[in-house]
Design a protein around this ligand. Structure first.
Ligand SMILES: Cc1cc2nc3c(=O)[nH]c(=O)nc-3n(C[C@H](O)[C@H](O)[C@H](O)COP(=O)(O)OP(=O)(O)OC[C@H]3O[C@@H](n4cnc5c(N)ncnc54)[C@H](O)[C@@H]3O)c2cc1C
Length: 472
């Protein structure tokens, strides 16, 4: 039966495509339904990859602007950014990666069904647009992801009031940009467009930038943004936004209750993402939902047998907050594939998920913040070490930031590691392993960190947690 599969995956994002490959590796006949023209989903086409490509351009511009410091003589007085070249390089990277997923599908004999899928019940998936047909599946994995959503009263017009989908492709650098929301997406675009030359203002409803991070990280970022000329209005609520002929008027209520109107070329709404379930037929198929998200247990089973869901589209019935991250969706995809194949699997520990924000300076964190650890009643001890003291940081000219360790006194266990500064998104990997292995601070101290590296800050922060940093 050509339309009959062991597993049909709906959506080819980092959740769906990874689940499909793992299922195929485990001997399953697999099809993936994807409605976009390319494979890879939000991460490859609209999210992680294009934004980080733009950030690398912004970083290159920063280094070139400091050419004198590096002893490099440039002919032009003031280096500028060429957005055509930026987009063509970024698009080349995106295309290379999406083609890479296509190659992996061929290698693993996974069928890509081009079209929009709908759950038709009883193990059937109907392709309602594109290559119309009905697929039979022993198991279905829903991985339909998320979309950029706005807040009530703020209407996205994709011209003046835009989302990240629009912001990755701007042909010209806006003279001025207001960003609503200071989560990862908001602060990354602030870093990109400030370096490219925009006048950037971030408006954040909560009292601090990157609200989910440790307070020390938020303060350091706010300090650095101020130095770079990025204005941050925290504790401030956007109440209205109206596109005009030449830009956008943004009305905001400041913490003292007064109203301020900002005028800018563009307003980027970066207030979060909602689940993609419209037209999927999940409710008709009897799947329990929660505010549009698909409800799953800790093995990603929906309320309907043989239908699983992973990635940005899910909410956990355990009540654990579910981070919308590419590596989380992939880990869930692998777990589901292995469960379907009959392997023994264990629930994911969401306390050990690294969180990386690629703004400048970048942030890497895992585990409990100091405030969370205290709230949970731990007898907390803290150690911090600044990158700027390190030889490697001085050589790189990247002096900002620090590593902060949150530990508890009784067993000396590391509860959380938070870092801001160059290479933090890479360095956090060591901290993730430390938490996974329930490492003590003593073990981090005894771990030899190579010299000269940025990673020495982790060893030194561990020393500092025991009150004895060597180089401070
Ligand atoms: C600007 C931005 C930057 C980001 N940066 C990072 C980052 O640096 N690191 C990180 O970890 N995460 C990042 N993310 C988040 C990350 O992209 C998502 O968490 C991840 O893509 C979720 O994967 P997913 O497989 O659940 O869904 P998605 O990647 O959204 O994939 C879902 C796929 O399903 C398809 N689909 C939906 N409905 C149907 C249907 N009915 N039929 C057929 N196909 C369908 C969609 O077309 C899509 O391709 C970023 C997100 C954004 C927006």
């Amino acid at each position: 039966m050509p339309n009959s599969y062991d597993v049909v995956v709906i959506g080819s994002g980092t959740g769906g495509y990874v689940a499909a490959i793992r299922c195929a590796q485990l001997g399953k006949r697999v099809a993936v339904v994807e409605k976009q023209k390319a494979l890879g989903g939000t991460c490859l086409i609209w999210g992680c990859i294009p934004t980080k490509a733009l950030l690398e351009h912004a970083h290159a511009l920063k280094v070139i602007r400091n050419a004198k410091e590096w002893g490099v003589t440039l002919p032009a007085a003031s280096p500028a950014i060429d957005m055509n070249q930026v987009h063509s390089r970024k698009d080349r990277i995106v295309t290379g990666l999406t083609k890479g997923v296509e190659f992996l599908f061929k290698k693993n004999k996974i069928d890509w069904i081009k079209g929009t899928a709908r759950l038709a019940g009883n193990g059937k998936v109907e392709i309602v647009e594109g290559e119309k047909q009905t697929l039979d599946a022993k198991e279905i994995i829903v991985a339909t992801g998320s979309y950029a959503r706005s807040v009530p009263g703020i209407e996205i017009d994709h011209t003046r009031i835009i989302t990240s989908d629009d912001a990755i492709g701007l042909k010209d650098v806006p003279k001025s940009l207001v960003i609503m929301g200071s989560g990862a997406v908001g602060v990354e675009f602030a870093s990109i467009y400030r370096r490219f030359g925009s006048d950037v203002t971030i408006i954040e409803l909560l009292p601090k930038l990157v609200p989910v991070e440790d307070d020390a990280i938020s303060s350091e970022l706010e300090k650095s943004f101020k130095k770079q000329g990025i204005k941050a209005l925290t504790g401030t609520k956007v109440t209205k936004a109206a596109a005009t002929a030449s830009g956008v008027d943004v009305e905001a209520q400041t913490p003292d209750g007064s109203t301020q109107t900002l005028t800018a070329d563009l307003l980027l709404v970066a207030t979060g993402r909602g689940p993609v379930t419209t037209g999927l037929g999940a409710e008709d198929a009897g799947i329990a939902m929660d505010r549009g998200y698909i409800k799953v247990d800790e093995m990603y089973r929906t309320s309907v047998p043989n239908v699983s869901a992973i990635g940005d589209v899910i909410t956990l019935s355990t009540g654990t907050p579910h981070p919308q991250l590419a590596h989380v969706s992939s880990a869930e995809g692998i777990l589901v594939a292995e469960r379907i194949a009959g392997q023994e699997v264990r629930p994911i520990n969401y306390d050990h998920v690294p969180s990386c924000t690629y703004c400048d300076p970048e942030i890497g964190s895992v585990g409990l913040t100091e405030a969370e650890a205290r709230q949970k009643g731990y007898d907390v001890r803290i150690g911090s070490f600044p990158f700027g003291v390190l030889g490697r940081a001085k050589m790189a000219g990247e002096l900002e930031g620090f590593v902060k360790i949150v530990a508890e006194k009784k067993y000396d266990e590391v509860l959380g590691v938070h870092m801001i500064g160059s290479r933090s998104t890479e360095l956090v990997a060591e901290a993730v392993l430390a938490l996974r292995l329930e490492c003590t601070v003593e073990e981090l101290i005894k771990t030899i960190h190579a010299h000269p590296t940025f990673s020495e800050a982790i060893g030194e922060a561990a020393h500092a947690t025991h009150g004895a940093a060597i180089h401070l």
